[in-house]
Write a new protein. Structure first.
Length: 230
């Protein structure tokens, strides 16, 4: 797969394959360059304006200079525009993950997960810094679609609902317990709706993710360089 196009939830080689996710979801802030219309009594018909200029020229009076067009700067927020995709060669296999945040500036974190691609990507300020194959839910216990903030985190967590199964580095997205957490990511396994990543990858995400960071979960949506994640 070409590195310039990717699944919204997947990494560069997201053919196995946001989030972030990536709902993966991005904003454009523009200045207001509208001008108030003149009051009716201040308006001058075009022909009267021409006549006034002609009279002024005959009397040697300087006419009004051409109006200057004032450029209004527009502030564009490109925080969530994709600026880099990790150069991953080939599809991401179960248990495989990638991480490279060297030289990436500070910025808000957003994760994308794509259910078809089965990959989670981590973006910081629009730069993809991490990607991993993931375990997802089943038809009976599906992983939900949508954009979710991280509600809270638990470093050492076990599932009381499922026989105290270990769920290290849990980052909870919903009130009913759906979370991103460390897991044994192998072909043939599934979760009860959670997003399981390899433990080492989960530890890296856990270390930098904060409450309120967005996780965008989609199905089959793809984005590329220059596109907005949210």
């Amino acid at each position: 797969m070409e590195p310039m196009v990717k699944w919204i939830g997947g990494a560069t080689a997201a053919l196995v394959l946001l989030l972030g996710g990536t709902t993966l979801a991005s904003g454009l802030v523009t200045g207001d360059n509208s001008q108030d219309a003149p009051a009716l009594e201040e308006a001058i018909p075009a022909e009267e304006t021409v006549q006034a200029d002609e009279i002024a020229q005959k009397q040697g009076i300087a006419t009004t200079a051409e109006p200057t067009v004032q450029q209004v700067a527009q502030d564009t927020d490109d925080t969530f525009v994709i600026k880099r995709i990790l150069p991953i060669s080939g599809p991401i296999k179960y248990g495989e993950w990638h991480w490279d945040d060297e030289g990436v500036p500070d910025g808000p974190l957003v994760m994308t997960v794509d259910l078809d691609a089965r990959v989670l990507s981590v973006f910081r300020g629009g730069y993809e810094i991490g990607a991993s194959a993931v375990l997802l839910g089943t038809d009976e216990h599906p992983t939900p679609l949508g954009t979710f903030p991280i509600r809270y985190k638990m470093r050492h967590n076990v599932s009381e609902k499922y026989n105290n199964a270990p769920m290290p580095y849990s980052m909870f997205l919903t009130t009913d317990g759906v979370a991103i957490h460390g897991s044994q990511v192998e072909n043939g396994y599934a979760s009860h709706g959670c997003i399981g990543t390899p433990d080492d990858f989960a530890a890296k995400v856990f270390a930098i993710a904060k409450k309120g960071d967005k996780v965008i979960i989609t199905r089959g949506k793809r984005i590329g360089m220059g596109d907005s994640i949210i």
